[in-house]
Structures are given as C-alpha cells and as structure tokens.
Design a protein around this ligand. Structure first.
Ligand code: ADP
Ligand code: MG
Length: 191
C-alpha cells in the first residue's frame, strides 16, 4: 500500500487517542526502555520531544538529565529542510520552541558538536514494519541522520504504539531501518 495513505491513516488514529491512552502506553514504553541494558549502559543518548500525541518519553529526558548520561536532542535547520543538528542539553531550560512545535536545544546556549554519535538513538515514527523500516512525517530527517556513520554497537530504537506496527509498505533506497522497536505491547528486534 502507498506510504502516504498509511501515513495519513495512522496520523488520524494517533490524533484521536485520548490523553489517558497516551499516558498509559507511554508509561509502559518508558518502563521497557529503562529496563534495557542498552539504556543502562549508554553514556550518550539522543532523545526527542514528543508532538501530536507521539509517545511521551519525557520522563526519559528527566532521567537522562539527572544521571551522568550526555543528552542530545535534535534541532531542525530552518534553511535546509530535512537536516537536523544535535545539541547537548544539560537542563530543561536549554530547550526552546522550534520547528513544528518541537522543543529543541537553543543554538546560542547549547554546544552543537560536529560529530554526534550517541550509543542509543530513539526514533519517533508514524509507522514501522517488523523489519524496522519506518514511515515518518515525510521529511526524511531520520533517514539522513541514520545514514551517517555511527558508533560501533550503537542502538537505534523506533518508538510507537502497537497499532502503528504495519506491514506491507514499500521501502525506498534511502529508508534506514531501526534495530529495535519498542511499543506498549512488545519489543521487536530486527532480524
Ligand atoms: P520519511 O522517512 O520521513 O517518512 P521519506 O522516506 O518519504 O520520509 O523521505 C523523504 C525525502 O527525504 C525523500 O524525498 C528522500 O529523497 C529524502 N531523503 C531521505 N534520506 C536521504 C538522504 N540520505 N540523502 C538525501 N535525501 C534523502
Ligand atoms: Mg523514510
């Protein structure tokens, strides 16, 4: 089926979720992630700010900030659609409102290293298949980032609700799969 059709349908389903459903599923997902060895061992993590009923992983931001993990968050380039830079966030006050209503690291306050290669990368998605392939908002942001050289042994984790696991959409040459998907019902490792 066409990626755009699936994207639209999944976005509608997600926007119709009640706050309580978002909260309880998000809680399950956060607990699963906190239990992963790869979370416990990660020195550097890349997390996202949830928008439009995306899985609310904000407790992980708090957790990362209060531990000795180095927290990176993405910042979309205004003048170059599809490209993100990654800033080091040391406190919640380092975040400001950015593109698409996403809170992002403030460019004047945060460090933006040239080479960013976190141990653990959380990837929000509109849909995923069981091989880790992803449908995003259609901008190719994470495809571009994941195509860059990454640290040996890094783990990319797709984050979504169980209803967002769909099969049968086409993969395009630039699509980058994630290694693991974490939903409120299961962990799905890529074969
Ligand atoms: P999404 O992954 O957000 O669902 P798509 O996979 O449809 O979006 O990609 C959107 C656009 O991004 C495509 O037009 C594609 O050409 C472009 N794109 C993705 N990855 C790269 C890349 N590594 N280099 C250049 N363009 C890319
Ligand atoms: Mg893609």
């Amino acid at each position: 089926m066409d990626k755009n059709v699936i994207r639209q349908r999944l976005l509608e389903l997600r926007s119709s979720l009640k706050e309580t459903a978002v909260h309880s599923a998000s809680r399950c997902i956060v607990e699963s992630l906190l239990g992963l060895e790869q979370w416990k061992n990660a020195g550097e993590v890349l997390l996202y700010w949830p928008i439009r009923n995306e899985v609310d992983i904000r407790p992980l931001l708090t957790e990362a900030l209060s531990s000795d993990k180095k927290l990176f968050m993405p910042c979309c380039r205004r003048d170059e659609p599809g490209i993100m830079d990654f800033g080091v966030v040391r406190a919640e006050k380092d975040l400001i409102s950015g593109s698409f209503g996403i809170k992002e690291p403030c460019r004047s306050r945060c460090e933006f290293p040239d080479a960013v290669s976190p141990d653990l990368i959380l990837v929000p998605g509109v849909g995923f298949d069981r091989n880790g392939f992803r449908i995003g908002f259609g901008g190719g942001y994470y495809d571009r980032f994941l195509a860059r050289p990454q640290k040996d042994g890094f783990l990319s984790v797709g984050i979504c609700y169980s209803f967002q696991i769909v099969d049968g959409f086409p993969h395009e040459p630039w699509d980058q799969p994630v290694e693991l998907i974490c939903t409120d019902k299961e962990l799905i490792w890529r074969n």
